[in-house]
Design a protein around this ligand. Structure first.
Ligand SMILES: Nc1ncnc2c1ncn2[C@@H]1O[C@H](COP(=O)(O)OP(=O)(O)OP(=O)(O)O)[C@@H](O)[C@H]1O
Length: 242
């Protein structure tokens, strides 16, 4: 059974007729050029953007689910998160417990440890570097222990070590009978860590399937206007523009 089923999803002038699914244990990467519709798709799934079509979670229509239950089941990390207040790192991560109405200290501690931010618990989040803050905002989502974790470019601001570390963490998170959908620009990382990819082009699905099915010369030419060097057999896989 699908964890997430998406049918005929459309948002006026942004995305159209998207059909897609996510199965338990899976990490799905959403790729595509700037403006292709990746954030729009994730915002619909995250319940922050109205849409036409259907999104089902475990065979239940998302729009008929009470807000609190949706928030417990689906955790959303937007592309850029900022705090308007002078919150500490611990405050931010504890916000992830809001859907549960508690401040489960063990969940907060574990999320901080998993994202390697434990040393900064009492620091003000807006005084951390961009990449450090990105890990704190991810910890907030992890603390809620959602069944489906959505992350919009979670590694865009991370150094090379933390890109690999966080993608490994997210994949491990999905494996535990949960699911992860993330958007990502680095195609080599996408091929290395994602089970399946969905390539968006001008708001529509150009290709969806295994990295080998999606990352073809033809698809990359259409979606990105590049000729690419593609070597999916090498360890790790390499996809770079020629
Ligand atoms: N708030 C908005 N109102 C209207 N149109 C929007 C809005 N946000 C984005 N769009 C448009 O929707 C389309 C898809 O944008 P989206 O942000 O989903 O792309 P993306 O694939 O995430 O791009 P990027 O790689 O640059 O983050 C674009 O044409 C964009 O201009």
């Amino acid at each position: 059974m699908d964890l997430i089923t998406i049918r005929q999803l459309s948002v006026s002038r942004r995305i159209a007729d998207i059909n897609l699914n996510l199965v338990p244990g899976e990490m799905l990467g959403v790729i595509g050029a700037n403006g292709a519709g990746k954030s729009t798709l994730l915002q619909c799934l995250g319940g922050v953007l109205p849409y036409r079509g259907e999104i089902l979670l475990n065979d239940r229509l998302l729009r008929q689910m009470p807000g609190r239950e949706q928030a417990r089941q689906i955790g959303f990390l937007p592309q850029s998160s900022q705090s308007a207040w002078a919150l500490t790192v611990e405050d931010v991560i504890t916000l992830g417990r809001l859907p549960w109405g508690d401040n489960d200290q063990e969940a907060v501690r574990q999320a901080a440890a998993d994202t390697q931010v434990s040393d900064w618990m009492q620091r003000q989040v807006d005084q951390l570097s961009g990449g450090q803050q990105a890990r704190v905002w991810l910890a907030r989502v992890l603390a809620g222990k959602p069944t489906v974790l959505l992350a919009d470019e979670p590694v865009a601001s991370l150094d090379l070590y933390h890109q690999q570390y966080i993608l490994t963490l997210l994949r491990r998170y999905a494996r535990n009978n949960r699911g992860v959908i993330l958007s990502i620009h680095d195609l080599s990382l996408a091929a290395r860590y994602c089970d399946r990819l969905c390539l968006l082009h001008q708001g529509r699905v150009l290709a969806a399937g295994t990295p080998a099915e999606v990352l073809t010369q033809d698809h990359l030419r259409t979606a990105f206007h590049i000729d690419a060097h593609i070597d999916l057999e090498s360890q790790p896989p390499i996809i770079v523009p020629k």
